[in-house]
Design a protein around this ligand. Structure first.
Ligand code: SF4
Length: 355
């Protein structure tokens, strides 16, 4: 990619922004490496420094290390795996983990364990692809495969094609949902060859991951319009992040921009209680307040479902504000007791998962 520079340390990224480096960054980077690029860095307003929403998503925060009580895998993906790379939580769909690589290391990533130093998830091998496809053939009730990572769209073309061909060749798979943040953090890395490949599968949907309206740049918007013109349907999955987008006006602007590019806002997730991420947690009430604010002023086409993943692999539950005056948030959903804590409180998965 001509003209794009990748930054592998906070010090060099901050230098490019004209910001001072910090000794705390190095300690964070030892566990959670830094990777960002000149395109995404260019969206930062250096005057806002570490309070900038793009900065917060891409550069380290010492709070990432002040989180030892949280789990690396609170959603129990690793124990819900019938064969390597496959996570099964629902009767009709699976997740296929293809890589730990991405064009950027998002500080809020709930799969940080896939790129924590010393435990990086390697690219899926041809043998693992064949094993997953074989398992799919023997498990015909699976109708949808979420191809994710890391970022599968950042994989080399030949490997991406091999994965998609293998999954699409299973007659009982009706939908492939490819989760990617590449069109957000580095749209110029989505080559014409990859667009042609994606457009060649009738069953493929793209699940994008825009979190802030500033990310919908002319380049990203043009790419989404290209996907739409090639018949590739798109949804967006945002995460509600403290100090990034926990504001109704900011999210309204994002969702309005997305529908103009033919991207349907699908989910707004509450942050999962993942180690190294909880400083981004807003609390559930914040998300419900934002949804309440949308009701009179934003088309339902632009309003996503607010959801959270239940602990220990309990799956997603949608949350709706209770519009009756004076009622407080019910803490029982789908038979599970839910207690999500702010960044500083202690997280107890056993208590939280109680029925
Ligand atoms: S691109 Fe996705 S998988 Fe990669 S670090 Fe960001 S959120 Fe995590």
């Amino acid at each position: 990619m001509q003209g794009i520079h990748f930054y592998h340390t906070a010090a060099e990224a901050k230098k490019a922004l004209g910001l001072p480096s910090s000794s705390a960054d190095e300690a964070v980077e030892k566990r959670y490496p830094v990777l960002t690029n000149s395109y995404y860095l260019g969206l930062i307003d250096p005057a806002a420094g570490e309070n900038d929403p793009i900065y917060r998503q891409s550069l380290p925060d010492e709070a990432e290390l002040q989180d030892e009580c949280a789990s690396c895998d609170p959603l129990a993906e690793e124990i819900q795996s019938p064969v390597p790379r496959v996570v099964r939580r629902y009767a009709d769909r699976i997740v296929l983990l293809t890589t730990g690589k991405c064009a950027m290391r998002c500080r809020f990533c709930f799969r940080k364990r896939a790129w924590t130093t010393g435990s990086e998830l390697k690219d899926i091998t041809p043998e693992e692809i064949d094993t997953a496809a074989e398992w799919l053939r023997k498990t015909p009730e699976i109708r949808e495969v979420l191809v994710t990572g890391g970022d599968p769209l950042f994989l080399p073309f030949h490997l991406l094609k091999r994965i998609l061909d293998a999954v699409a060749s299973v007659p009982t798979v009706e939908i492939i949902r490819l989760g990617t943040r590449l069109p957000v953090v580095l749209p110029m890395a989505v080559t014409q060859e990859k667009i042609d490949l994606l457009a060649s599968y009738d069953c493929l949907w793209l699940a994008l991951h825009f979190n802030h309206p500033r990310e919908v740049t002319p380049e990203a918007a043009a790419l989404c319009r290209t996907f739409a013109s090639r018949g590739i349907p798109m949804i967006n999955q945002s995460v509600l992040l403290k100090g990034v987008n926990d504001d109704a006006a900011v999210l309204e602007e994002l969702f309005r921009k997305l529908i103009k590019c033919k991207v349907k806002p699908h989910y707004l997730f509450h942050v999962d209680p993942v180690r190294g991420v909880r400083h981004f947690a807003t609390g559930i009430e914040k998300g419900l307040d934002i949804l309440r604010a949308f009701r009179p002023r934003l088309s339902s086409l632009a309003v996503p479902t607010f959801a959270l993943d239940l602990p220990e692999g309990g799956g997603k539950v949608a949350l709706q504000p209770d519009y009756r005056k004076g009622d407080s948030f019910p803490d029982i959903a789908d038979g599970h007791m839910i207690r999500y804590y702010g960044a500083c409180d202690e997280w107890n998965p056993h208590e939280a998962g109680e029925k």
